[in-house]
Design a protein around this ligand. Sequence first.
Ligand code: KG4
Ligand code: ZN
Length: 330
Amino acid sequence: MRILAVESSCDETSVAVVEDGKKVLSNVVLSQIDIHTKFGGVVPEVASRHHVESMTYVFDEALKKANVTEKDIDLVAVTEGPGLIGSLLVGINAATTYAFAHKLPLMGVNHMIGHIYSASIEHEMKFPLVALLVSGGHTELIYMKEHMSFEILGETLDDAVGEAYDKVGRMLGLPYPGGPLIDKLALIGKETYHLPRPMLDPNSYDFSFSGLKSAVNNMIYHMNRKQEEVNINDMCASFQESVTDVLVSKLKKAATEYNVNQILIAGGVAANKGLKKKLHETIKDIEIIMPSIEYCTDNAAMIGAAAYYTYQKKGSLPNYVIGGQSSLDY
Ligand code: KG4
Ligand code: ZN
């Protein structure tokens, strides 16, 4: 089954062609990061406008790279949420138009389910598993007993982990998005600043990163007042140690309690080198799978993969347009 997938929930315009959920024939991603860097974060209105400008080109490129036409496509899939409403609408309109023009079935896909299934492109999912979803908008611990079954064990009560990375990056004067740069500098620095480990409550799988972000802010403020120089590399290392301690400890506890066969990490922050290192050092007896970098951050191939498994589970092609998909309850 060949699926043409569209993703435009935030600041990446992406179209992919995916065969049987695994074979990525094309995955064209046009990032707007350079445009939003000037503003220190994603400006929704600007993002929507750029999606409009790029969508046709990205569509054409994806079909050309995959060497297919509409006659080779069995299903059109598109991210229906969560995300920036203006951005989502551009992708939904493009996918709906393409499907309508070529009389193809259309499926709406939940963005977070897409992130989970990004790991299935290069790996076999083994159930039961626990998934840690860490992106700019979400931090969730999810139990899956089988395909397309999602039980949210815990989630962030305030900031998402990627958001905390980006805000701390801004406090340190780093360009947007701060996450990848903090990760890089943390590898050079040392954990010399003592920061809290938020929500290490053994009875909860929920997360909270707002207090940690404030702790960094307060520390920088007091050091500035005393005219002490902040060692940026060390602050990055200290922040990253705190974040990864919390993520890994909750993940390990959930994996043990639910006796899982596999741990799955996905979302933009899954690209974090410090997180990967700590995970492999701490959890040795359970298989850990995560997507390679190109599938960690937003891309349409993951939407194509999620659509394939949704189709498999339902056993039939959808006859609806958008909505009604078995989705996480956002
Ligand atoms: O999944 P994603 O591309 O978009 C959302 O759905 O949010 O995630 C983007 C987030 C940003 O906050 C970015 O700073 C973060 O992922 N990120 C990282 C790294 N690479 C991307 N955070 C920490 N370490 C990284 N290496
Ligand atoms: Zn995402």
